[in-house]
Design a protein around this ligand. Structure first.
Ligand SMILES: [Zn+2]
Length: 127
């Protein structure tokens, strides 16, 4: 049974609050006003997937890019748009988004005053 190292102790699994994970600024690919927190990753011994929590400031934007792995996103709070290939979709809370491999994509926070909060899951070791 795989165990997770937590503060020097080996425990089965991990339960973590967003506020207890350090936000890291996202700067590549023209990103603006974006932070990421790696809630669950390879470091926890997860064999396949990473769960990441993003905050996008009003007017902010995630990197405009494409790559050979997919994204599975879930919008928690706020509003905005996601561009996937040639399509643009509205984002609202409790909406799920699938970005297929190799499609150009990015997320924009179109709100003037609300932070856009979302989860983005990927095969880990990939960004
Ligand atoms: Zn991406």
């Amino acid at each position: 049974m795989p165990r997770v190292s937590l503060g020097g102790m080996e425990v089965p699994g991990k339960v973590v609050k967003v506020k207890d994970v350090k936000p890291e600024p996202v700067t590549e690919g023209g990103a603006k006003g974006v932070t990421v927190r790696w809630l669950i990753s390879e470091k926890d011994g997860a064999p396949n997937f990473s769960m990441r929590y993003f905050e996008v400031e009003p007017g902010g934007k995630t990197p405009e890019h494409s790559h050979p792995w997919e994204h599975e996103m879930f919008i928690l709070e706020g509003e905005g748009e996601v561009v996937i290939g040639n399509e643009k979709y509205r984002l609202a809370p409790f909406t799920a988004v699938y970005v297929p491999p190799n499609e150009l994509h990015y997320v924009v926070n179109t709100s003037k005053d609300q932070v856009l909060k979302l989860l983005c899951l990927i095969p880990h070791t990939k960004r």
